[in-house]
Write a protein that binds this ligand. Structure first.
Ligand code: 3PY
Ligand code: MG
Length: 252
């Protein structure tokens, strides 16, 4: 549980948190990447083909070396409860486009009376051994991260950032660009201006900012802009690039 508090504390202190994305249902890859020293892992249940049991095995392999933040497939009480119960350090909710949706996500992450998270024995509380301590602190310890990745979210951002309980807003540049009719053009001036609008609203409300890029180079501009929750690279792409490099060197 120590790692859990540390991630939220570091987010609150506005420290740079470097992460990468895991999309493959492999405890071994999670173990290898965690051992590299990433601050956090973006475990993707939205596009990745991962079950709750896959995530649990991956969390066991990571063993607290990196914070494990799971992106849920759907912003439902059921999906969010399941990933928190297995011991995720926080969740990322995709496509949060209004203040009402943001309020619902926060409520799903919090036990009553603050929210609607169901109570049950699970790995998160040592299968019951740490039940009382977890119940007491979970509402404060779990990181609630919402994604701004649609032009509707940009247009509603001033209301969204006022919702109590949001720990970070994470930009999804690919979906955002797609929603603006510029799919994949993440550096197009109109897309960058939309992202900067989100950035300004978050800064005014003291909310940490996150950004995703497929390479180190693609996130550098956002680190320079003060974004702290950075996710660079994807597990499958690491394997592809490494394998291609060797073959390219050897092929006559
Ligand atoms: C996007 O770019 O749409 C993402 O969701 C990245 O996390
Ligand atoms: Mg997205």
């Amino acid at each position: 549980m120590g790692e859990l508090m540390k991630f939220k504390q570091r987010l609150r202190r506005n420290e740079l948190l470097l992460g990468t994305m895991l999309t493959l249902p492999s405890p071994e890859i999670a173990e290898i990447i965690a051992a590299c020293g990433y601050d956090w892992l973006f475990m993707d249940g939205e596009h990745g083909n991962l079950s709750t049991l896959d995530w649990q095995r991956m969390l066991q392999a990571v063993a607290g070396r990196s914070a494990a933040i799971i992106r849920v497939a759907a912003k439902t009480e059921r999906d969010i409860k399941k990933v928190l119960d297995i011991g995720a350090d926080g969740i990322i909710a995709p496509q949060v486009n209004s203040a009402d949706e943001a309020r619902h996500v926060v409520a799903c992450c919090k036990y009553p009376p603050r929210g609607i998270r169901g109570v049950g024995l699970a790995r998160a509380q040592g299968y019951g051994r740490d039940f009382a301590e977890y119940m007491e602190s979970a509402n404060d310890r779990i990181a609630v991260i919402i994604q701004a990745e649609h032009i509707d979210a940009v247009n509603n951002i001033d209301d969204i950032v006022k919702v109590d309980g949001i720990d970070a807003v994470f930009i999804g540049p690919y979906d955002l660009s797609a929603s603006m009719g510029r799919m994949g053009e993440v550096d197009h001036p109109e897309v960058v201006e939309a992202i900067d609008r989100v950035g300004r609203a978050c800064r005014q409300n003291d909310i940490a900012l996150g950004y995703f890029g497929t390479t180190a180079e693609s996130v550098e501009a956002y680190i320079d802009k003060g974004y702290k929750l950075i996710c660079a690279g994807v597990d499958a792409a690491f394997v592809t690039r490494g394998a291609e490099q060797v073959l390219d060197k050897l092929r006559p």
